[in-house]
Design a binder for this molecule. Structure first.
Ligand code: NAD
Ligand code: DAU
Length: 349
């Protein structure tokens, strides 16, 4: 049976993708994930018993394992999500980022090259980020497929390096690769160290809401399901050797998002209005903090017919409800590693 290899499929975006692909695609889904602190099988609990899904716990840096997967299965597509993904952690501990994001990508590319030879009907889709393009000034046009690479932090440098490897494997060896660079995702199952779920949970628990610097940094929020739709569209209609930028067209300042979350939490839990706003604290800025990201997705819309469907404000309000409903899951992932890294990042606030 035709198979897709999905790396990092127990993570936030990967798990949303596996669930969508399971519904829509007639292929075996091989999910390879090391289950680091960020990976959790509960995210795909509902489909793990499906005969279409095979989960393999393993490291993408393990050449033998990765090559054995290509030998055992007829892999026609690799959708490569596995990565160390949190910028703050990359500032404390960069080594793991270089190891997984750069070396792991190399291992996968080499395994695909060996298995596929000259085959051109396969696809290696590298799921990358807008952070590789660096930071925008307030009046700059959004990033697009022609934007130059200028990564500013260890995480984005490692993703940029892996994108360069992917491009080189296409250019030099003819490997059929595609790179997608997307903006900040939000939605169900995100690990609660990231901005939106962290603010939701701190507000729910009456803890401080730590805003870095002046809170006027801008991110372009993309719903994870819109992102997964875009990836399926690219896999179906995209061309090898191309890059596609994916954004939600939702540029928002961090303070705006925190205020919205505070309002939603008060509204849903019945707190007196303004209660959660009292929790906002301005804390030391992230070193090298990129001021603004924004993405121009017009090529993806024009050439492949993809459009984002979610309305940010409505989806964010619903998401607060989703996280309240899934508090048990959040508690279970926080029980693993969360309090040490939280203390390291935020001290005693
Ligand atoms: P995540 O941290 O939630 O998930 C990463 C997954 O990769 C986890 O399940 C983890 O166990 C797994 N993993 C880590 N190291 C591994 C290794 N060595 N071998 C096998 N598996 C390993 O990340 P995410 O937010 O879902 O991001 C997925 C991908 O999308 C990443 O490549 C990231 O760079 C990219 N991306 C994320 C965003 C975003 O906003 N979250 C935006 C743009 C691009
Ligand atoms: O742009 C895509 C990238 O988005 C992805 O490639 C990364 O994997 C993903 O983690 C995300 O990176 P950011 O650094 O933009 O996301 P984060 O959720 O860490 O932070 C979003 C913004 O909120 C950023 O400006 C930093 C700020 N922030 C974050 C945290 C965790 C705070 O002000 N306080 C916080 O406590």
């Amino acid at each position: 049976m035709n198979a897709w290899l999905i790396t990092g499929g127990a993570g936030f975006i990967g798990s949303n993708f596996v669930r969508m692909a399971h519904e829509r695609i007639d292929a075996k889904l091989i999910v390879l994930d090391a289950l680091t602190y960020a990976g959790d099988l509960a995210r795909i609990d509902d489909i793990l018993t499906s005969s279409k899904v095979e989960f393999i716990k393993g490291d993408i840096c393990d050449t033998e394992l990765v090559q054995s997967i290509f030998k055992k299965h007829q892999i026609s597509k690799v959708i490569h999500f596995a990565a160390e993904s949190h910028v703050d952690r990359s500032i404390f501990e960069p080594h793991a980022f270089i190891k997984t994001n750069v070396e792991g990508t190399l291992v996968l590319l080499e395994a695909a090259r060996k298995a596929w030879g000259d085959r051109q009907d396969a696809c290696f889709l590298q799921v990358s980020t807008d952070e590789v393009f660096g930071a925008l000034g307030p009046d700059d046009p959004p990033f697009n497929e022609s934007s130059p690479y200028q990564p500013n932090n260890p995480y984005s440098a490692s993703k940029a390096a892996s994108d360069h490897l992917v491009w080189a494997w296409h250019h030099t060896f003819g490997l059929p690769t595609i790179i997608s660079n997307c903006s900040n995702n939000y939605g169900p199952w995100q690990y609660p160290e990231k901005f939106i779920p962290l603010m939701i949970f701190n507000a729910l628990e009456g803890k401080p809401l730590p805003v870095y610097g002046d809170g006027l940094q801008v991110r372009d929020w993309l719903h994870v399901e819109d992102h997964c739709e875009a990836l399926l569209t690219i896999l179906e209609k995209g061309s090898a050797g191309e890059t596609y930028t994916i954004g939600g067209n939702n540029e928002r300042k961090n303070m705006y998002v925190v205020n919205m979350i505070a309002d939603a939490v008060d509204d849903i839990t019945g707190n007196p209005k303004g209660t959660s706003h009292e929790l906002i604290r301005y804390v030391k800025d992230r070193p090298g903090h990129d001021r603004r990201y924004a993405i121009d997705s017009s090529r993806l819309q024009r050439e492949l017919g993809w459009h984002a469907m979610f309305v940010f404000e409505d989806a964010l309000y619903d998401l607060v409800g989703w996280y309240i409903w899934h508090k048990e899951w959040v508690d279970s992932v926080r029980a693993k590693d969360y309090s040490n890294s939280y203390k390291k990042q935020y001290g005693d606030i």
